[in-house]
Design a protein around this ligand. Structure first.
Ligand code: DGY
Length: 337
């Protein structure tokens, strides 16, 4: 018996949502296998628009700008996977996603070195007042050059860096610091293994000890409700007046109003921020400070890395819709494989 394949039969293409603009070639590839509802205009959805956009789709590619919770998931009965194009996933209410039986994924590893590079770059720019110096040049102040009156910075070499959050990115920053002859101390929920501490030449410290001792404090830990405002006026008061504070993790870890006050009052030397409470808004008092370097959440933003993040998010989405375990599944309890 000959089996005839009806090549004209419509192929079922699962519906997916791509909630932010992605690289056009990646989108074109997705369109070969899925019915794609995309947002290449990149206007951020309101929660209500996101909830509507999720109705009827089986998978969604989202980023930190999309909060996925019980409200946005209501009515999304076909949804099997939400794939974040980001390693941090504080935009996910994981218990609510899990309760809805939806897989949640993120993009670890592919951005570690790029983000560590940027953390170190932001530290250097902050300690050596590179933004202020550029403004000085652009304002035609170079003729005021003097030995004592240039923007004088703080040294990195042979100083102490205190890293709060010693995961993959924190360890990457520690290894970069070693090549500057820096002394590395760290604070983390759990201590590293002796082997990992040795690889980073890092010494564990309590948060208070780290804040008192470090010349440069760098935050690289995930945001949770428990560590909201973990750096506020009280913690800043422990820091040296010559210290810098760098955040490449998440807004909300620092009390931005307290930080602005401390910077204006000279309580610490300077700050470098890639992330903000309520971003893309920036606290107006921070904008008034000259001793701060501001960046628009770009720590992972190299073309190579952003492409790798999109590719990994797509791999996660495809695996979930093919009935396979996504490579970076966050809520393993949903996996029924
Ligand atoms: C991440 O992946 O968590 C970075 O902050 C980039 O969004």
């Amino acid at each position: 018996m000959t089996i005839q394949v009806n090549t004209t039969a419509p192929v079922h293409k699962p519906k997916i949502l791509v909630a932010r603009a992605i690289f056009p070639e990646a989108l074109a590839k997705l369109e070969e296998s899925f019915e794609v509802q995309s947002n290449q205009s990149d206007r951020i959805f309101s929660p209500e628009e996101l909830q509507k956009a999720l109705l009827g789709v089986e998978g969604a590619l989202v980023a930190g700008s999309e909060r996925i919770d019980a409200a946005t998931l209501s009515g999304a009965g076909n949804l099997k996977v939400v794939a974040n194009i980001s390693v941090g996933y504080n935009n996910f209410d994981v218990p609510a996603i899990t309760a809805a039986g939806v897989m949640a994924t993120n993009t670890p590893d592919v951005l570690t070195d790029t983000t560590a590079d940027f953390g170190f770059a932001l530290l250097m720019a902050t300690a050596r007042r590179i933004t202020e110096s550029e403004h000085w040049v652009r304002a035609g102040k170079w003729d005021q050059w003097s030995i004592v009156n240039n923007p004088l910075g703080m040294d990195l070499h042979h100083s102490t860096i205190g890293i709060i959050g010693m995961g993959r990115i924190g360890q990457g920053i520690a290894k970069r610091a070693l090549s500057f002859g820096m002394n590395v101390i760290y604070h983390n929920r759990s201590r590293l293994s002796a082997e990992d501490e040795k690889a980073c030449c890092a010494t564990y410290a309590s948060k208070e000890e780290l804040l008192r001792t470090a010349d440069h404090v760098v935050l690289v830990l995930p945001y949770t409700l428990q560590n909201h405002h973990m750096i506020g006026a009280t913690e800043i008061a422990l820091m040296k007046p010559t210290a810098t504070l760098i955040n490449v993790a998440r807004g909300g870890l620092i009390d931005d109003a307290a930080l602005a006050k401390a910077l204006q009052g000279g309580k610490i030397f300077a700050a470098g921020l890639d992330v903000f409470e309520g971003e893309p808004q920036v606290h107006p008092e921070l904008l008034k400070c000259s001793n701060i370097v501001l960046a628009p959440h770009i720590a992972s933003a190299t073309e190579k890395t952003r492409r790798a993040m999109v590719d990994l998010a797509i791999q996660n989405l495809r695996a979930a819709l093919d009935g396979k375990k996504p490579p970076s599944l966050i809520n393993a309890e949903v996996w029924k494989g």
